[in-house]
Design a protein around this ligand. Structure first.
Ligand SMILES: [Zn+2]
Length: 225
């Protein structure tokens, strides 16, 4: 059969999403599970397998020629492993090998999620037509990726442009990555709200529902987006 589709996996600290995507970037089949981020390695992989299982149950699965993974970082694209800061159960987890096995032997490509997002923005989104771009995502974390000279530049490890764990305050708060004062610790969605609350901001009495929801999520330590 004609293999004109790609299976895509987006692995984040909040959710694991999958899709079968055609050559125009249209998502023909979608699946999603929450990430059991506080559980062990196999529980997280179980959620990945469920997402893949749902895609594989589609009659379109036979048209998939490979699997592309964008994962929360850091990743090691050369080794095929991931160690997402927000998924402590996965440290040097052999994600490529495991997905290859579940997906019936299809080839698997891995990059950091910021790099994957940048590839998409360059192909179909805000960076279309530009030869040089730094694309940023601000969510549970802060990620990014680079297009230089018209080409996506993931770097040898697949993490180039991942600015969330650059230290911008050497005496700042400790970060789960081991450094201090990381961009992500200051500028991710939950941390923007946390810092605002610590500095005396309160959502107004009839205030903005989004701001209030952000504040509640920040207090609970939950991801905002
Ligand atoms: Zn950090």
């Amino acid at each position: 059969m004609h293999t004109d589709l790609v299976a895509a996996l987006d692995i984040g600290g909040t959710k694991i999403a999958g899709a079968l995507v055609d050559g125009d970037g249209s998502l023909l089949v979608r699946a999603q599970r929450p990430t059991p981020a506080r559980e062990g390695a196999e529980a997280v992989m179980g959620a990945v397998d469920e997402v893949l299982g749902e895609l594989m149950a589609s009659p379109l699965w036979g048209r998939a020629r490979s699997v592309g993974i964008g994962s929360a970082g850091p990743v090691d694209a050369a080794a095929g492993t991931v160690s997402p800061v927000n998924v402590p159960g996965w440290r040097d987890f052999p994600l490529v090998e495991r997905v290859h096995k579940t997906a019936g032997g299809l080839s698997v490509a891995l990059v950091g999620d910021g790099v994957a997002m940048t590839a998409a923005e360059h192909w179909l989104g805000a960076a279309r037509g530009y030869d040089n771009a730094l694309c940023l995502v601000v969510s549970t974390g802060v990620g990014g990726g680079l297009v230089l000279g018209g080409t996506l530049r993931p770097g040898p490890s697949g993490n180039a442009g991942h600015i969330g764990h650059i230290s911008v305050d050497l005496d700042g708060d400790p970060c789960p990555c081991g450094a201090r004062g990381c961009v992500e610790g200051i500028a991710s969605g939950p941390n923007i709200a946390r810092r605002a609350l610590e500095n005396g901001w309160r959502p107004g009495p009839d205030g903005d529902a989004t701001a209030a929801a952000v504040a509640v999520a920040a207090r609970a330590g939950d991801p905002v987006a």
